[in-house]
Design a protein around this ligand. Sequence first.
Ligand code: BGC
Length: 448
Amino acid sequence: MKEIPQERCTAYLIFVVIVSALGGFLYGYHTGIISGALIFLAPIFQLSIVEQGVVVSTILIGGVIGGLFSGTLADRIGRKPTIGLTALLFIIGSLATALAETYSGLLAGRFLSGLGVGVISVAAPLYLAEISPPRFRGAFVSLYQGAVTIGILISLLINYLFAPSQDWRWMFAIGSFPAVLQAIALFYLPETPAWLFKHGRDHHAIHTLAKLRKDTTWRHQIDVMKESASTHKHGSWSALLSPKLRYLLLIGLVLSSFQQLTGINTVIYYAPKIFQQAGVSSATGAILASLGVAIMNVLFTFLSAWLLDRLGRRLLLMIGVVGMAATLALLSLAFFLHSTQTDLIVLLSLMGYVACFAIGLGPVTWVFLSEVYPLKVRGKAMTLAIVANWGFNYLVALTFLDLIVKLKPEGTFLLYAGICILALWFIHRYLPETKGKSLEEIEKALLR
Ligand code: BGC
């Protein structure tokens, strides 16, 4: 039997993947660092409760606005320069926050970082999907999510390390170092072949593919790549409303919204608060418990990266949301029964919940969004899905503390469990499988 040649990566491709995934690290770090820093900012800047909320959520507003421009930027100036722009935003944003002397200075710094976070959440997955061989695409794009989780974990550790000296300025300033590294390394990265073909730079695209791949299977696909790029040169916003694309757009929007509406950021932003409610009284206990949760997030995201191209996107998503629903129901029960064991059950179920998010909705949402749209509208469709993602992120963060008062923790977590069941139905019913196909094959299959 003739053996099918396997796609193989060069060391250079691995380098390219790591540098671009660094964007995820910056995303995680900049969103995570505020929870620890806020404790010191509040008395120094004499912030009211409302002002504290504004400091926390400014990054999310920046995220929505940055997300809004990201796709157009990535289509116009290229994927790589767009990532470069985010590195700059992260450098300026973290330094501005670190040097802030006033409340408005703080907000300006956080807003700039927010723009970076919004733009990178489109640009990095897009870039990774377009430089990956199909066999590794799931793994490479989910490395981006892996980097997000490492960024969150490191931000918690930095919070913990700098807390005794109360040095909040360093907490923010440190966020500029990886961005500087990335900005320098970006000089050695290529533009994606898909973007180059789309802009008529075929020679350059072929040269890039030869550098990224050890195998030669891609040589047989050049015509398909070119065709996919050239027939789609002028993808406009209105093209998204054609019946087939409208359907795909809707699936992406709903999946991206479910990633937030199932409540992950209540845990990421408010874990210590939840532990306090469960009866963990010491601050150190609450911080250590939060670290445990963040570590689970990292470990299971990498497990998912390993499984994605083997088991497929749909199965992992379904396993993930079922697990999230079950652990949320357990969490709700623990708060409802309130016994001496509540704190332990809460810790275990939160760890389980985050692990299940990390197996499914965490990475697979980004993988799916980056591969399901045809090249002509890829940037624009992702933009809309990401704006929905940031919008619901903001909504959940804004309403959680209120919900805990109105519905009590047990009611609140039960609500999120219900949303997980809805997500399961939606995934089972509507989500197409995209494992192992080239982006051009997916385009053909879905738009037939
Ligand atoms: C989500 C973020 C979340 C993070 C946690 C990302 O995929 O978009 O909102 O904070 O995962 O790991």
